[in-house]
Design a binder for this molecule. Structure first.
Ligand SMILES: Nc1ncnc2c1ncn2[C@@H]1O[C@H](COP(=O)(O)OP(=O)(O)O)[C@@H](O)[C@H]1O
Ligand SMILES: [Mg+2]
Length: 883
């Protein structure tokens, strides 16, 4: 990890805006010295890494290098922050002449002199320990450190996991689930060690058609180690679409769940139960109506399985056979290719690998993942076999996983460890993860690629290596959500702790928080309650605070922070009520908060930070956006802010902005504002929310005049924009034609626009439109007709909350590429549309529709949808009021 640290510090001090500021502050010579030293020392690290396990002195040398690199970062950052961070050039020149600069410069000079002494020791020891130069000394953050050539990363064609084997297991368990002769609510358990395939198997069972039809309702839920009954029950209610109160105690939510399930034949899957207590606490929420309801538990522990239902023998999950093991391995080694693609000279090795994995699916996929990145060279593959310690029986899976970590190039090691900052079983939004990686400086800059693209490639490589799993991809195949298996997560946490890369505090217990110290650089809190802990004082060098939970820590005094990710599990107002601290975040690159923010106006210095890259405020927090004078050279994402009136004359300087999400209130001159935004050259995604909404009344045609927007801007001139989201009511008499939208638009989301049929004629000719989402009150007509030859490229269509809609019609030849259609809560729509012409439709998803619609879909009108491979019909929403 010392190599990663050196490369990271080097990358940071050569970051353009940072280096430029330090130069202007007059410490360019110090930066130059640091760069030279770090580059020089990095050439010896590989050799030292290889030797350190045999020689304690070399091990210490590696530690020293790491420490010195961090000392350099701290000294320069401290200076940078005290001088006011990445301000504009003019401001920098002005500040550079101030007497304060001399004092602070003197301080940094003293620090650097101390570091020089440590460095000269390190230099001496290079000769003493006979360390050799290996590879290039890295320049700007270093180049890739792969030892072997790799095959290109392949994005899988199909999203779903292809399950190998398990057919007997599936048949056996399905039989028990569907057995009509047992009417009591019985509990069936699947037992097996981590990585044996319990989740994969239970998912496959849950999704099987027979099971889907047999039960009135189904819930699939993951029970992690961080069990909290109230959270689990709330999640179950959400999945049942039950409107529960925001606040309530455990008893309230359990009673509500019990009531919602009663008299229904239900199936509940509790995946990965960790303790019998968890089961006994949950059990009371599941009614016994003697109607054949079932609970399926997966667990690693036999006692839990036995205690959950004494009458049912736990089902012990077997291992994959030799053939199945080979098949699974080959699928991973050659993604998207027929399994017989394996060259003959490698087949004997495949057999060996498969055999050694002992039929353990997780070991097989991870090993397959390593091999998928290697050249098809016998010697390279053989080397991997030799690396694995096959002597230790029973530790094969962990052994293979740890080898797969060791095999990662350094930058991917950091990216992998970073995922541990999210809670267990958390579905991580890929774009958030990518933004965090970049803000952390662990993504290498490549001159030919945008950083976001490079980071996306990293994520794809981790997926191909089976270190990270995809939970959702977008229409275009890009990863939107991902997660990691808990065994891999444990590995990430332990590696992160070992290398002092990241400290994960899963619960606020003494053990995890007592380790927070001056050397802590990144912390992730998952359930923090000690609001008194002054993190800024205890961990003055903290660069990243990633926070999930219910009580915010006191982060007022953080000075050096680069990354702040605040994800609160409930909507609250930020209790850190001293706005002064905001002024000190001059080193900040990433800020995201889903917490209502105080104050509404950030200090000018917050916005005058050239280092800022991603800013996302909570919805509804109404924080004013940056002033026109702000200089945000590196800002790529700005979301959740109020557009300022002054922007119509001059936008803030954000030449790199790609994602912009603004709230515009009705008093502002929309036309001028929108026109000035159209000039943003790199803008790719724009979201505009207004403060006027149509009044919701089903069947209502007219809306009070004051509710309509006076002006509806056209977006034609936003030729660079691919994704547009508009959420406000449009001017009443607006005529929407094809000159309204940018011609290259790919994704359009409309909300509250309250438009008529002319909307579709404006959209149907857009040649690149792939995703159309007509959400809440976006359309007020009674008929929605998709005419022949319209929407040539459309792949996904979502229609929801269109309360006047009586008829949906799709003519032959319309939307020929459509593969996903979602219809939700169009309560007056009773006729099932004839979808027979949509021959490419793969999935029809129906949620919260009327009884008539659903029964026709299952009965008389089934022929209209029978060609669609997946038709999902969710139950009608239940609205229960329990006091
Ligand atoms: N039968 C199988 N076919 C294909 N992949 C499998 C199979 N069983 C497990 N896997 C893969 O192995 C990994 C671990 O499986 P998982 O079901 O999460 O294990 P568990 O829930 O027992 O810990 C996953 O990446 C999964 O895709
Ligand atoms: Mg599992």
């Amino acid at each position: 990890m010392a190599e990663a640290v050196v490369r990271y510090v080097l990358g940071k001090i050569t970051e353009a805006a940072y280096e430029e500021a330090l130069l202007l502050y007059g410490v360019g010579d110090k930066v130059e010295w640091a760069k030279r030293e770090l580059q020089w020392v990095s050439a010896f690290i590989k050799d030292a890494d290889a030797k350190q396990n045999k020689d304690a002195r070399v091990k210490q040398w590696v530690e020293d290098v790491k420490e010195v690199a961090y000392m350099i970062e701290d000294a320069l950052d401290k200076f940078f922050v005290r001088m006011g961070g990445g301000r504009s050039k003019d401001a920098l020149r002005w500040v550079a002449g101030m007497p304060k600069v001399l004092i602070v410069k003197h301080e940094v000079g003293t620090e650097i002199n101390k570091i020089k002494q440590r460095m000269s020791e390190i230099e001496k020891n290079v000769t003493l320990f006979e360390l050799e130069q290996r590879g290039n000394s890295s320049s700007s953050g270093g180049s890739s450190t792969r030892q072997q050539p790799v095959r290109p990363i392949v994005v899988p064609e199909i999203d779903k996991t292809e399950v190998v084997g398990f057919q007997d297991d599936i048949d056996h368990i399905c039989e028990q689930l569907l057995d009509q002769s047992i009417s009591r609510r019985s509990v069936i358990s699947i037992v097996g060690a981590g990585g044996r395939g319990k989740t994969t198997l239970s998912t496959k069972i849950y999704k099987s058609i027979g099971v889907g039809h047999h039960f009135d309702c189904r819930i699939w839920i993951t029970i992690s180690q961080e069990f909290k009954i109230i959270n689990i029950v709330k999640k179950m209610l959400e999945k049942l679409q039950i409107n529960a109160r925001e606040v309530g105690d455990e008893e309230y939510f359990i009673t509500l769940l019990h009531l919602s399930l009663s008299k229904k034949r239900y199936l509940i899957v509790l995946d990965d139960v960790w303790s019998s207590d968890h089961w006994s606490q949950l059990e009371v929420a599941f009614p016994e109506d003697n109607n054949g309801s079932r609970v399926l538990i997966t667990t690693r522990f036999m006692n839990i399985a036995k205690e959950s239902d004494a009458a049912n023998k736990p089902y012990e999950l077997g291992i994959l056979s030799k053939d199945e093991s080979q098949q699974l391995l080959l699928k991973k080694v050659f993604p998207n290719q027929p399994v017989n693609k394996c060259p003959d000279h490698l087949l004997p090795l495949i057999n060996q690998f498969a055999q050694k994995c002992g039929g353990w699916p997780l070991a097989l996929v991870v090993l397959g993942g390593i091999l998928s990145t290697k050249d098809l060279d016998y010697n390279i593959w053989n080397e991997i076999i030799l690396k694995l310690d096959w002597q230790i029986e029973g530790s094969k899976c962990l052994d293979i996983i740890s080898t797969s970590y060791d095999d990662l190039p350094i930058h991917l090691k950091q990216c992998f460890m970073y995922i541990a900052s999210f809670p267990e079983d958390y579905k991580v939004r890929a774009s958030t993860l990518i933004q965090l990686w970049i803000a952390e400086g662990i993504v290498q800059h490549q001159s030919t690629k945008r950083m976001e693209k490079t980071a996306e490639d990293y994520l794809e490589e981790l997926v191909q290596r089976c270190m990270v799993r995809v939970s959702k991809r977008s229409w275009s195949g890009r990863i939107t959500f991902c997660y990691i298996h808990d065994i891999l997560r444990e590995l990430a946490i332990s590696k992160a702790k070992e290398s002092n890369f990241l400290q994960v505090c899963p619960k606020s217990n003494v053990d995890s928080t007592s380790r927070i110290s001056a050397s802590t650089r990144r912390i992730a809190f998952h359930e923090y309650v000690n609001v008194e802990l002054p993190i800024g004082s205890v961990a003055p060098n903290l660069r990243s605070l990633i926070y999930f939970g219910e009580h915010l820590p006191n982060y007022n005094k953080l000075r050096m922070v680069r990354v702040l990710h605040l994800e609160y599990s409930r909507y609250i107002r930020d209790p850190n009520d001293d706005p002064k601290w905001l002024r000190h975040w001059t080193n900040l690159r990433y800020f995201r908060s889903n917490i209502e923010f105080y104050p509404r106006k950030m200090p000018t210095s917050f916005w005058n930070n050239k280092m800022l890259r991603h800013v996302k405020m909570a919805k509804g927090s109404f924080v004013m956006g940056p002033p026109s004078s702000a200089n945000l050279d590196n800002l790529v994402t700005l979301k959740g802010v109020v557009a300022r009136g002054e922007w119509k004359a001059k936008l803030p300087h954000f030449p790199r902005i790609r994602k912009l999400g603004v709230f515009i209130d009705s008093d502002i001159d929309w036309e001028a504002l929108i026109n000035s935004m159209a000039k943003l050259e790199h803008l790719n995604s724009l979201s505009v929310t207004g403060d006027q909404y149509a009044v919701f009344t089903p069947g209502l045609e007219t809306v009070a005049d004051h509710r309509w927007n006076r002006f509806t801007p056209a977006f034609k001139s936003f030729e660079q924009v691919r994704s547009l989201r508009l959420n406000y009511s449009w001017a009443r008499n607006v005529v929407c034609d094809s000159s309204f939208f940018p011609s290259h638009l790919v994704k359009l989301t409309l909300k509250n626009s309250y438009l008529e049929q002319d909307l579709l004629s404006a959209l149907e000719k857009l040649p690149s439109l792939k995703v159309l989402r007509m959400l809440d009150f976006s359309y007020r007509g009674k008929q929605l007709i998709f005419y022949a030859r319209g929407f040539k490229s459309l792949q996904q269509l979502k229609i929801s909350f269109l309360l006047n809609l009586l008829e949906l019609k799709v003519e032959e030849g319309a939307m020929p590429m459509l593969n996903l259609l979602k219809i939700r809560y169009c309560i007056q729509l009773e006729m099932v549309p004839d979808l027979q012409y949509l021959t490419n439709l793969r999935e029809l998803n129906i949620r919260e529709m009327s009884d008539e619609f659903r029964s026709k879909l299952k009965g008389a009108d089934q022929h209209k949808v029978k060609h669609i491979p997946s038709v999902k019909i969710n139950q009608k929403p239940l609205v229960l009021n329990v006091c």
